[in-house]
Design a protein around this ligand. Sequence first.
Ligand code: ACO
Length: 379
Amino acid sequence: MTKKEQKIQEGLENVIACKTEISRIAVEDGKGILEYRGYPIEELAEKSTFEEVAYLLLFGELPKKYELEAFSEELKEKRELPPQIIGLLTHLSPFSHPMVVLRTAVSYLGTMDKYIHYRNHDVSIEKAKSLIAKFPTIVAYFHRIRCGQKLVHPREDLGHAANFLYMLRGEEPNEIEVKAMDVDLILHADHELNASTFAARIAASTLADIYACIVAATGTLMGPLHGGASQRVIEMLREIAVPWRAEEYIKRKLNKGERIMGFGHRVYRTVIDPRTLILKRLAEKLAREKEPKWYQISIAVEDAVYKHKKLYPNVDFYSASVYANLDIPDDLFITVFAISRITGWTAHVIEQYENNRLIRPRAHYVGEIRKKYIPIDER
Ligand code: ACO
């Protein structure tokens, strides 16, 4: 095929840009599929923990008991932040979006790493563990600092999910909350070549340091068409306020040609995202224990969007009700996504380093050509 005949694939839709062994997403027999390293997401959400899934994504195999214990211990040891990062969080404007703060902190962590440019496997794994361990602390500390509250330091007797909620809220979460947080973290940990992971891999393909790759990923996740959708979902649920107003609200938005946040997906177009099904059950469970209205309004919105646009909810939709019932502030929703996705991002960066080819596609130029240069005082 000549260059002229090549079809432009806007948004790189359906373009296979690399090989990966980390996760597989597909639509098979009318069902959405997500597997991490070959294991179905449904089974991992039911039987695993976030730490075990992080190990699986980074190392490629489920850990043996002693391997998981050692890995979990290492994460715990790496949770605390250097004083310089705490200083940074104190100096940043309390009105900054927490996601902007998170990406700034990642970049700052890079300045403190003497071996920032080392990219061999073992060193990269150590950097990945440190980032996975520190993400929840950065988010929780910044939140408490901006609220004028005392820092709640990490507790070594708590797992990753429980410790995050504890540092954020200042009190130990109950068992149902911990399980919900843990499952949510498992579900968001990786999703093949989504936009933020692709951004990380593009940076990695230039052999940029891992912090640079993660800054690229955090910046990309923030957009409302990607991870930024969940904050917009809760804002929408608040605006609707009661389930019976949902259909009118959705019809009005659709008639104006607006997008409904938390709906639609590039890959799961004709089927429901398998993570959504699990999150919906989780949201329902929390609604029975805590505030039921978020779940009730969500159900009404889901029905209305299907009725009027035939779209399914994506992973960001029911995670909004889950986070609201875990008492997570709206503008931290996306940071929770990042606390989980840092595992996938780092696993992909390492995979890219180890089988690298510079990612450098082409663009079809559609502007004017061969124009005559006019000197500035003649224009
Ligand atoms: N609300 C209303 N209409 C929608 C939505 C939506 N959320 N999503 C897609 N559509 C419509 C489009 O208007 C288009 O309709 P048309 O054929 O009548 O013109 C059709 O569905 C196809 O849409 P595309 O834009 O081609 O779909 P694309 O694959 O580019 O978009 C995306 C995927 C960006 C996720 C889109 O569905 C969207 O904007 N959703 C809302 C934002 C969101 O929830 N993002 C989170 C995604 S999950 C994640 O990143 C973690």
